[in-house]
Design a protein around this ligand. Structure first.
Ligand SMILES: C[S@@+](CC[C@H](N)C(=O)[O-])C[C@H]1O[C@@H](n2cnc3c(N)ncnc32)[C@H](O)[C@@H]1O
Length: 371
């Protein structure tokens, strides 16, 4: 029995190790499904009219996985005429050899419609790295960049989009929100989020995840887990395209005055804790700490983002002058049995609840109502 258990444990550990390797070593090879591309891009159809769209991490042929082609190119080709797109350009990366560019802009087959069959292939001089001179020349021609870029190069990828002043719609992970290269763009209203925010999505990969929870999720989305489809949590679309959801006003119907006990004041910063977006009080003019999920609903006309606590870049805890947690709060927290990795020197936002318990928070966005 002990041996059976050990074997099962070893198998589990092996599976987890495989998955961990996949997530850490090669987490760039995650291919987006048509369903996810369609679900997001449908919202921007009007903005694609008469535009040159560049997918600069996208292969026409599915990058050796035997999958269908990049679902971005497929979707844009399928909707080329309906959206009135001017041109689709795609390039992909071949680390060790010259790569190919794909162009769709006219009816090459002469059948009267511009679609998938009309894509032209042209050899590139280099390997299709989005940072290469020839890909940058293509980028300069583009109005909008749309893709799921390599996560390992996300910072550099986004920096390049701003360097060339591009509109974009790209997939990334929630973790990227508090990259020091990304958060300032959010705070300064230069970057916001698409319709898909903090979602679990299914991607085609080179790996298997045989865990039951993964299999169930993948099947529930209509994909076969044995074909290397994997659930990936905390995915969102990062964009600077116009998006109606950020023009709507949050109206929770909640009030601060008369319900002050619902909104404890932080011990180390002059702001109140609002632990759920649905509880943001509509009558409070001071600074409020809200969870990162607030960014899904943020309308810059309604609230100003002041900064982010528990984050070390520009507009982070030090920039905001968040106080140190302090010995008194720490002592109380430990007495209660708190085992989190806090020290008195840290600048996470902390408070005491109505029973005097020491409560920590994690990565709060600090916002203020606009007058
Ligand atoms: C997350 S995958 C997404 C692929 C495709 N855009 C999709 O959504 O199905 C990112 C892709 O970027 C490619 N890539 C990695 N480094 C790159 C680079 N420097 N330039 C362009 N593409 C790169 C990877 O090989 C990978 O295929």
């Amino acid at each position: 029995m002990a041996n059976e258990e050990e074997t099962a444990q070893n198998r589990r550990a092996g599976r987890n190790a495989n998955l961990h390797r996949a997530n850490t070593e090669k987490n760039d090879e995650f291919y987006t499904t048509y369903e996810e591309v369609e679900k997001e891009l449908n919202h921007y159809a009007k903005q694609f009219n008469n535009k040159v769209i560049y997918c600069n991490c996208d292969d026409h042929y599915g990058i050796g996985l035997g999958t269908p082609k990049s679902q971005f190119i497929k979707y844009l080709a399928d909707n080329f005429e309906a959206f009135g797109i001017k041109k689709v350009i795609a390039t992909h990366y071949e680390p060790e050899k010259t790569s190919t560019m794909y162009i769709l802009d006219k009816d090459n087959t002469g059948d009267g419609i511009i679609c998938w069959e009309d894509i032209e292939e042209i050899k590139l001089k280099g390997n299709g790295d989005f940072r290469s001179d020839e890909c940058i020349k293509l980028l300069q021609q583009a109005d909008i960049v749309i893709t799921n870029p390599p996560f390992s190069l996300f910072r550099e990828y986004v920096a390049q989009l701003y360097q060339y002043n591009k509109k974009f719609l790209i997939i990334g992970n929630m973790n990227a929100i508090t990259y020091k290269e990304i958060f300032p763009l959010i705070k300064e209203n230069k970057l916001w989020f698409g319709y898909g925010f903090n979602r679990s999505m299914v991607f085609k990969t080179q790996y298997k995840n045989t865990l039951e929870a993964n299999r169930k999720f993948v099947i529930s989305k209509g994909y076969n887990p044995d074909d290397n489809y994997i659930k990936t949590p905390a995915v969102c679309w990062f964009t600077n395209l116009e998006n109606i959801k950020h023009q709507e006003l949050i109206n929770t119907g909640k009030q601060y005055y008369g319900f002050e006990e619902m909104y404890p004041h932080y011990d180390n910063y002059d702001a109140i804790e609002v632990s759920e977006v649905k509880n943001i009080p509509m009558d409070y003019d001071g600074i409020m700490g809200v969870p990162i999920t607030f960014l899904d609903k943020h309308n810059p006309e309604q609230f100003e983002i002041i900064g982010c606590a528990d984050y070390t870049g520009k507009y982070g805890s030090d920039w905001l002058c968040v106080g140190r947690i302090g010995e008194t709060w720490m002592k109380k927290y430990r007495e209660q049995g708190g085992r989190g990795h806090y020290t008195a020197n840290m600048t996470s936002l902390v408070y005491y609840d109505n029973n005097g318990n020491a409560i920590p928070t994690f990565k709060r966005i600090l916002i203020k109502r606009k007058k």
